[in-house]
Design a protein around this ligand. Structure first.
Ligand SMILES: Cc1ncc(COP(=O)(O)O)c(C=O)c1O
Length: 400
């Protein structure tokens, strides 16, 4: 089992190769969450996630024979980029196996960091089996994303840096996939400050480590927006450390994570992926549990698909009442729409979309159902707009 010295040694190997990212207070998020929130910006790493740390620590310790043989990893995400980048920097051959359905942008980015990408299989399990086979056939060293002591020690350097930057943190909140990150951070933090509380966060859709340490049997889902923590089987190396050092694991749902991504974007102007927002999602969801504490939150990564991000922002605007869909019933005669748009404009809302529904409606045939998507300033503004439409003689309601 790794100890504090291993994490300190990893920090020495990482020096100058991986950023010591800022760990700073967010006053606005602190007000929202009801506790003092410090953010560790691991999304600012060159490959946009903390995964570089474990990869760098592992690759720096290969034997000369392993180094000359090259390395192989299986990952469609942040681990792939971390291994590819540091292998390239060290002049090692790197092969990354990804499932065939991996989005082209991830394949391109990993190739851009200098790795040979092999697309194989329809699932992560098939890709992993192929990577192990290739490793044996071509004499490559397999670099596991979390079930490896060198990887865990590398990730633990996040904890060292957080407590060096803000020594009086009393709680750390960390996303958990295979468990390497939280295991490393907890090992470092408990050595430096035994009274600190370390809380892991998983998505309800992939509660593997939660089930393992709490002896529950929650079902596993198919997909999540936090794909960085969508891990089916917990790592054995991390699990032993988690059982020893992590105080609790909590679960968050998809909507909580979406909301946290939008909060970080709007308030901090920082872009995180789903797994990178899981910690803030937990702080907001379990506000009572963290009330008044001094919490260090790891923003683990910022690799998110732009189309997914666009959808998440729009849904966030709907939740906040800044985008609303209204159904307005009107007589199907010239001028009706003009009257409606005049009321909307006088109420200070901006029309995004207009649709007329004549066939698929229960209204009398002389009437038309007009669907408006409007940009508004919040829930109260939507209510004011509906009242103005009612006062103008229109039947109107919000469709959620
Ligand atoms: C952004 C992000 N956060 C958290 C994690 C979880 O890390 P671990 O698998 O070590 O628990 C990952 C894993 O890829 C990740 O990419």
């Amino acid at each position: 089992m790794i100890g504090f010295e291993d994490i300190q040694a990893a920090a020495g190997r990482l020096k100058g190769q991986v950023l010591d990212t800022p760990c700073v207070e967010s006053r606005t998020l602190s007000e929202i969450a009801g506790c003092q929130v410090f953010l560790k910006f691991e999304n600012l790493q060159f490959t946009a996630s903390f995964k570089e740390r474990g990869a760098c620590n592992k690759l720096a310790q290969l034997t000369p024979a392993e180094s000359s043989g090259g390395v192989i990893a299986m990952s469609a995400g942040n681990h792939a980029q971390g291994v590819a980048y540091h292998a390239h920097r060290l002049g090692l051959r790197a092969v990354i196996v990804m499932p065939r359905f991996t989005p082209g942008v991830k394949v391109g980015r990993t190739r851009g960091f200098g790795a040979e990408v092999v697309l194989f299989g329809d699932t992560l399990d098939e890709a992993r089996a192929h990577a192990l086979e290739l490793a044996a056939r071509e004499g490559l060293t397999f670099v596991h994303p979390y079930d490896d002591e060198a990887i865990v020690a590398g990730q633990g350097t996040v904890g060292l840096e957080m407590l060096a930057a803000v020594p009086d943190l009393d709680t750390l909140v960390v996303a958990v996939g295979g468990g390497g990150l939280v295991a490393g951070i907890a090992t470092a933090a408990k050595a430096l400050k035994p009274g600190i509380e370390v809380v892991g966060v998983q998505t309800l859709r992939f509660p593997n480590m939660y089930n393992a340490v709490k002896h529950t049997d929650l079902p596993q889902g198919m997909s999540t927006i936090a794909e960085g923590i969508a891990v089916g089987t917990p790592g054995r190396v991390p699990q032993a450390l988690i059982e020893k050092y992590v105080d609790d694991i909590v679960l968050v749902d998809e909507g909580d994570i979406e909301q946290a991504i939008v909060l970080l974007l709007e308030i901090e102007k920082t872009l995180v992926e789903g797994a990178g927002a899981a910690g803030l999602a937990a702080l907001v969801k379990y506000a009572d549990r963290f009330k008044g504490r001094k919490v260090g939150l790891v923003l683990g990564g910022g690799n998110i698909d732009p189309m997914l991000l666009a959808a998440i922002i729009q849904r966030g605007m709907v939740r906040a009442g800044r985008l609303a869909r209204l159904h307005v019933n009107a007589r199907d005669v010239p001028g009706s729409l003009a009257q409606i748009t005049k009321i909307v404009s006088e109420a200070g809302a901006n029309i995004d979309e207009v649709h007329h529904q004549r066939a698929f409606t229960m209204l009398a045939a002389q009437n038309v159902e007009i669907e408006l998507v409007v940009q508004t300033r919040g829930r109260e503004h939507i209510q004011a707009l509906l009242s103005a439409l009612h006062a103008g003689g229109f039947q109107a309601e919000e469709q959620r």
